[in-house]
Design a protein around this ligand. Structure first.
Ligand SMILES: Nc1ncnc2c1ncn2[C@@H]1O[C@H](COP(=O)(O)OP(=O)(O)OP(=O)(O)O)[C@@H](O)[C@H]1O
Length: 284
C-alpha cells in the first residue's frame, strides 16, 4: 500500500553568524549550507498497520510525513501510496489520506468547529450522507458534542486535538498521518486519542503512521517501529524485538538489524529502551 524507496531531501539553509557586522555582510553575500534531512529512506507499509515513526529532534520525521502527504517534493527517490505519487497526484491523492500535525491546525480559527467541518466537506467533496454519518460517529467517539458550536480559538489544546482528529477523518481516508497527535495533552485526553486511533484502525482498517516522542503512544498503538536518526532509517521492526535488543541492562551492544540474539528484557520501560537505542546509534 505504501512504498517509499531511496528518498532523499536536503534543505538549503542560509549561514548566519552572530553580530551586526555579519548580518550586514549577509545582505550582500549570502552563504548557504545543505542540511540532509532525509538520506536514502526506504520502507513499505501494508494496509491496516499502525507504524510508530520515532527519532530524536531534527531526525527527519516531519519531513518524511510531509513528503508522504505530498506537501514536500523530495530531491530523489520513489514514493508510491495507493498507486499515487503524493507530490504529483496531489488533488486525487489527498482524498485518500488524513493528516494531523499536532503543532498546526487545519481548522479555521475564528469560526465554530462545525463550520470548519462543513468547509472540509466541500473541499473534499464528501457526499452528504457519508458526511453526516462520519460527523455522528466522530462526535460520539471523540465526545465533541459540546465543542462543535465553539470557535476553535476558544478550545483547549486537548479539545482542539480531538476536533483535529475528527476533521482529518471526515472524508473517510484509508491512511492517517499523525505528527505528534498527543503533544501537550493531559492524561485523559491522551488515553482518549489513543483509544480512538485503535478503534479507527480496527473497525475501519485505516493505516496509521504516527510520529511521537511519547513512548507510551508507541507502546499502546504501534505494531511496528521505524527509527530515524540524522535522516537515516536505522531500525525497522517490532516493539518486543526492540525491547529484547536494546534493553539497557542487556550487556552487549547489538547494533545490526540482522542480529537476532534476544536479551532478557524484563521490566525495562520502553522509554529506557529507546534512550539506549538512541545512544547506541549515536543519534542524540
Ligand atoms: N523548511 C526547512 N528549511 C530548512 N531546514 C529544515 C526545514 N524543515 C526541516 N529542516 C531541517 O531538516 C531536519 C529534519 O527536520 P524534521 O522537522 O523532519 O525533524 P523531526 O524529526 O520531525 O524533528 P522533531 O522531533 O524536532 O519535530 C532538521 O535538521 C531541520 O532543521
Amino acid at each position: 500500500m505504501i512504498t517509499v524507496s531511496g528518498i532523499n531531501k536536503s534543505f538549503k539553509v542560509a549561514k548566519r553568524t552572530a553580530g551586526v557586522g555579519s548580518a550586514f555582510k549577509s545582505l550582500f553575500r549570502r552563504e548557504y549550507t545543505e542540511v540532509a534531512a532525509l538520506n536514502d529512506i526506504t520502507f513499505s507499509i501494508p494496509q491496516g498497520e499502525i507504524v510508530g515513526y520515532i527519532g530524536p529532534n531534527g531526525a527527519g520525521k516531519s519531513t518524511t510525513i510531509k513528503v508522504m502527504s505530498g506537501i514536500l517534493v523530495p530531491d530523489s527517490g520513489i514514493c508510491t501510496i495507493m498507486g499515487y505519487t503524493p507530490w504529483l497526484d496531489r488533488v486525487k491523492y489527498v482524498k485518500h489520506i488524513g493528516v494531523v500535525f499536532g503543532q498546526r491546525s487545519q481548522l479555521w480559527w475564528d469560526v465554530p468547529v462545525i463550520d470548519s467541518f462543513e468547509l472540509l466537506r466541500d473541499i473534499y467533496d464528501v457526499p452528504e450522507a457519508e458526511y453526516r454519518s462520519n460527523v455522528a460517529l466522530l462526535t460520539e467517539t471523540l465526545d465533541l458534542g459540546a465543542l462543535l458550536g465553539t470557535p476553535v480559538r476558544q478550545l483547549s489544546l486537548g479539545q482542539r486535538m480531538r476536533c483535529e482528529l475528527a476533521a482529518s477523518l471526515l472524508h473517510s481516508p484509508r491512511i492517517l498521518f499523525l505528527d505528534e497527535p498527543t503533544i501537550g495533552l493531559d492524561a485523559v485526553s491522551k488515553l482518549a486519542v489513543r483509544e480512538f486511533i485503535k478503534v479507527i484502525n480496527k473497525e475501519r482498517g485505516v493505516t496509521v503512521i504516527l510520529t511521537t516522542h511519547d513512548m507510551n503512544d508507541i507502546e499502546a498503538l504501534a505494531q511496528r517501529i521505524l527509527l530515524i536518526g540524522k535522516g537515516r532509517l536505522l531500525y525497522d521492526g517490532g516493539v518486543e524485538e526492540l525491547r529484547g535488543r536494546f534493553a539497557p541492562d542487556s550487556g552487549s551492544v547489538r547494533s545490526g538489524v540482522a542480529e537476532v540474539e534476544q536479551a532478557p528484557a524484563s521490566a525495562t520501560s520502553i522509554e529506557e529502551v529507546i534512550v539506549q537505542m538512541y545512544k547506541e546509534y549515536q543519534i542524540t
